[in-house]
Design a protein around this ligand. Structure first.
Ligand code: UDX
Length: 436
């Protein structure tokens, strides 16, 4: 089957490469000529483990190609995926759908065979109806169906998530759409990945509800961690203790500095906007967004506390280990590190940092932070070390060396990757999240 993927960003490229790996004939389309040129040269526009090898092997096998021409790329495709960005609209948090609608108009204009048009971008409820109207208005004479197929990929684990999904959600309004989507996902169907067919609006809402629920779970455990610190309990054990209840589940109960990334912050805001538009308030999600935002600054204050408080911090030095919103990505979007670094520099602290992948993107976002070549140079001479992102490279630091390099052996572990007793035995003043 021929598949066209419009938008070769994170979701489009990973999905396109994986579909090609299943044996489909995939064309990835993007307006950005330099991105397409670089893809032809095997250079990935994003950092995702395993993606370069997957793209290369399928490109060489002739199953994956790249073009800037939408009209050429969609020719003969039975499924045309829209995987362009839906950023938060400045001011109101609503998802900006201008890219999605522009693609729909262009697809309608150039559709030369019967096809299913699939929105893979995360789009608010009702977007599929509008895409359908736009294509109809283009005057096309072809049979087409607009389907919703949200993506649940996690950055850093995207290929595995695509190939072994918990579920595939497909929102279709007719058999034509359902049948083609069944063919698209046949290889996964054979793998016994569950496929849930729903109506289109339901499918669109599932994506937002899933992300809002996961964001809520994280925020809940983060507040429990704060309470643990006050009452003298241990959040790791609380997480384990509640997670063993199958109704709750153990995943996404890891307390930390607050969620970031390209999805949770944007999708929770967009859900709030939809709820407001339909006069159906989602107060839990409202509280989650507020709580998570204020948590990031609070984490900066936690590091200041380790320096003896904001008043005494001026002129002192802090070394940040990890900047990206989570490991195995170079994504800095809404990373807690941004608010933490800002809180520290606002208080007059001199900040240095190291991140295995995120520094190029981080540099212009945090110009006052000195970027270093490795973890040890980032912490040399500092008064406090803060672990912000749980990269594997920070899980087994040489603590003896670290202690010799720092000005004061003070460690704030915002991801709970070390054991408090071990750290105290190693001579560190150690603070973490939700533990004594
Ligand atoms: C998320 C969803 O998981 C995915 O299904 C959706 O398609 C896109 O959004 P992603 O943003 O890549 O994926 O990252 P994820 O692994 O979900 O983590 C999001 C944030 O939550 C990170 O900042 C992470 O550090 C934080 N997190 C996650 C926690 O603080 N605790 C946890 O237990 C889990």
């Amino acid at each position: 089957m021929k598949i066209a993927m419009v938008g070769s960003g994170y979701v489009g490229l990973v999905s396109g490469a994986c579909f090609a790996d299943f044996g489909h004939d995939v064309v990835c389309i993007d307006k950005d000529q330099s991105k397409i040129d670089r893809l032809h040269d095997g250079i990935m526009p994003i950092y995702e483990p395993g993606l370069d090898a997957l793209v290369e092997s399928n490109f060489k096998a002739g199953r994956l190609s790249f073009t800037t021409s939408l009209s050429e790329g969609i020719k003969g495709a039975s499924a045309i995926f829209i995987a362009v960005g839906t950023p938060s609209r400045r001011g109101d948090g609503h998802a900006d759908l201008s890219f999605v609608y522009a693609v729909a108009a262009e697809v309608g204009e150039h559709l030369s065979n019967n096809a299913v048009i699939v929105t893979k971008s995360t789009v608010p409820v009702g977007t599929g109806d509008e895409v359908e109207r736009i294509i109809k208005d283009s005057g096309t004479t072809r049979t087409f169906s607009v389907v919703s197929n949200p993506e649940f990929l996690r950055e850093g684990a995207a290929i595995r998530d695509f190939k072994r999904p918990d579920r595939i959600v497909i929102g279709a309004e007719d058999d034509f759409g359902r049948d083609i989507m069944h063919e698209v996902y046949r290889p996964l169907f054979l793998n016994e990945s569950p496929i849930l067919f729903t109506e289109r609006r339901t499918s669109e809402l599932i994506k937002y509800a899933a992300n809002a629920f996961l964001a809520t779970k994280i925020t809940f455990i983060n507040e429990m961690a704060d309470l643990c610190e006050k009452v003298g309990a241990d959040i790791q054990d609380v997480s384990r203790g509640i997670g063993m209840d199958n109704r709750i589940g153990s995943k996404f109960l890891h307390a930390g500095p607050g969620y970031g990334g390209s999805c949770f912050p944007k999708d929770t805001l967009a859900l709030l906007k939809t709820a407001e538009d339909y006069d159906s308030p989602t107060r839990i999600v409202e509280a989650v967004v507020k709580t998570n935002d204020s948590r990031k600054r609070a984490m900066g204050r936690k590091v200041l506390d380790a320096l003896g408080g904001a008043e005494k911090a001026r002129g002192k030095k802090a070394g940040l280990l990890g900047l990206t919103f989570k490991p195995n990505t170079d994504d800095m979007r809404d990373s807690p590190a941004i608010a933490i670094a800002q809180t520290l520099t606002d208080a007059g602290v001199i900040v240095s940092a190291y991140d295995p992948e995120g520094m190029d993107i981080a540099k212009p976002i945090m110009p006052d932070v000195a970027m270093c070549d490795d973890p040890y140079s980032a912490i040399e001479g500092v008064d406090v070390v803060a672990i912000v992102t749980e990269w594997d490279a920070f899980r087994a630091l040489d603590m003896k060396r670290l202690k010799e390099l720092v000005a004061a052996p003070v460690l704030v572990d915002l991801r709970n990757i070390y054991n408090p007793e071990d750290m105290r035995a190693a001579g560190f003043t150690y603070a973490s999240i939700g533990r004594n």
